[in-house]
Design a protein around this ligand. Structure first.
Ligand code: GLU
Length: 388
């Protein structure tokens, strides 16, 4: 590694917590932060996205990973978070640097205003030479507002800070071309198109929540934003991080796109939660692709979800293929009223003057093959615009 880089490192629970005792693995944390300090000395900025809060809190509430339910895990996270951060703090102190805790929920990443706020905080920490340690605020997140796994959370963080490299430290050597327990399974060293590997990536580790599938989704988000992802085993006697970054140990490298999305496009297209969607005609999609216009009320065939102004909505063609994503100018309810009453001026329907463009051209991104598309929501969840 030569030029200074911004590096995000995701660390899985099984590296940080002893699976049986559910206590911190101090020796690993020492090895990791030793590497972090070397990277800092080389001029790099490092952010950690650390799991382990749930695993390290289970014992306090008298639970085991195999049997704990969602509420147990949320309570465990509240107990384990100080244990985890205390371990990081003590060890970082030995190496002469400071750490800071940044707890986020899905909304802090997907809502534009909250995203920018979080980004500013993280940048301020980096500017002060502090290593931010990001984790999901598991104790207060409900199913609807959860990222759920730290692989994709780390990718979102990598996009947020426009990192050059995302390292996912886990308990396997990388991505295999088939289930690694099957005979003849081969480690894939380089991945250009992550979408080719989505089907072969199943299986979840016992302590964390993410399997190889979420790692591939994370790598896809990172590569769209111009960030290369290294997936490798953190379980080594020495230098878990540097040995991967310096290319001394086998791992999987998901290469960044040479034509990355802008920060804005990456934020808009790589979504973890769908607020809502609309179906439009092929003609509309064509016009949008030719960069001619946004989505107007007469273009809409059906609407799904309870989105509000400023939410990102998913735009499908009539065959059910997702083609674009964009920021809604109206709530779902207003959109439905506008679309169902096309002959009535918008002012009369909404009480204010508006061009009635649901998604403005500037706030709309046509999806390329490299973006993982979402399935169209089932028919029964869609409100048809035609009133007949
Ligand atoms: N946020 C969870 C924790 O701190 C981990 C989620 C994951 O492993 O992906 O325990």
């Amino acid at each position: 590694m030569s030029n200074p880089k911004r590096i995000v490192v995701k660390i899985g629970s099984s590296l940080l917590a002893n699976t049986e005792l559910l206590t911190p693995r101090w020796a690993f944390i020492q090895r990791l932060l030793d590497d972090v300090q070397v990277l800092r000395e080389r001029g790099h900025e490092v952010l950690l996205c650390s799991s382990g809060a749930v695993a390290l809190g289970l014992k306090t509430i008298g639970e085991r990973p195999e049997t704990a339910g969602l509420r147990d895990k949320q309570a465990a996270a509240a107990c384990g978070m100080p244990v985890l951060l205390n371990a990081y703090k003590q060890v970082a102190h030995e190496f002469g640097f400071d750490i800071a805790q940044v707890l986020v929920t899905l909304r802090d990443l997907e809502d534009r205003r909250r995203f920018l706020n979080t980004k500013n905080t993280v940048h301020r920490l980096l500017q002060a030479g502090i290593v931010p340690i990001v984790n999901e605020n598991d104790s207060i997140t409900t199913e609807e507002i959860r990222v759920g796994d730290n692989d994709r959370l780390a990718a979102k963080v990598a996009q947020m800070v426009q990192a050059e490299t995302l390292v996912i430290l886990t308990s396997v050597d990388g991505l295999y071309d088939r289930d690694p327990s099957l005979e003849g399974a081969q480690l894939v060293e380089t991945v250009d198109d992550v979408t080719e590997y989505l089907e072969v990536t199943e299986g979840v580790s016992s302590l964390g929540t993410g399997g190889m599938l979420t790692k591939m989704q994370a790598a896809n988000m990172a590569q769209n934003a111009g960030c290369t992802t290294l997936i490798g085993n953190g379980e080594t006697d020495d230098r878990p991080l540097l040995s991967l970054l310096d290319g001394e140990r086998q791992h999987t490298r998901c290469i960044a796109h040479t034509r990355p999305d802008s920060a804005w496009t990456a934020w808009l297209t790589d979504r973890l939660q769908m607020a809502g969607s609309i179906v439009v005609s092929e003609d509309t999609i064509d016009a949008v692709c030719r960069n001619e216009r946004g989505i107007r009320r007469e273009d809409i065939h059906s609407i799904q979800g309870t989105f509000v102004k400023g939410d990102v909505i998913h735009i499908y063609d009539e065959s059910g293929a997702e083609r674009a994503r964009g920021l809604a100018n109206f709530t779902a309810e207003e959109t439905l009223i506008l679309a169902r009453n096309q002959d009535i001026p918008a002012k009369q329907l909404l009480g204010y003057q508006t061009a009635a463009t649901l998604v403005s051209r500037d706030n709309l991104v046509v999806l390329e093959d490299r973006h993982i598309p979402w399935d169209t929501p089932p028919e029964e969840r869609r409100e048809s615009v035609s009133t007949s």
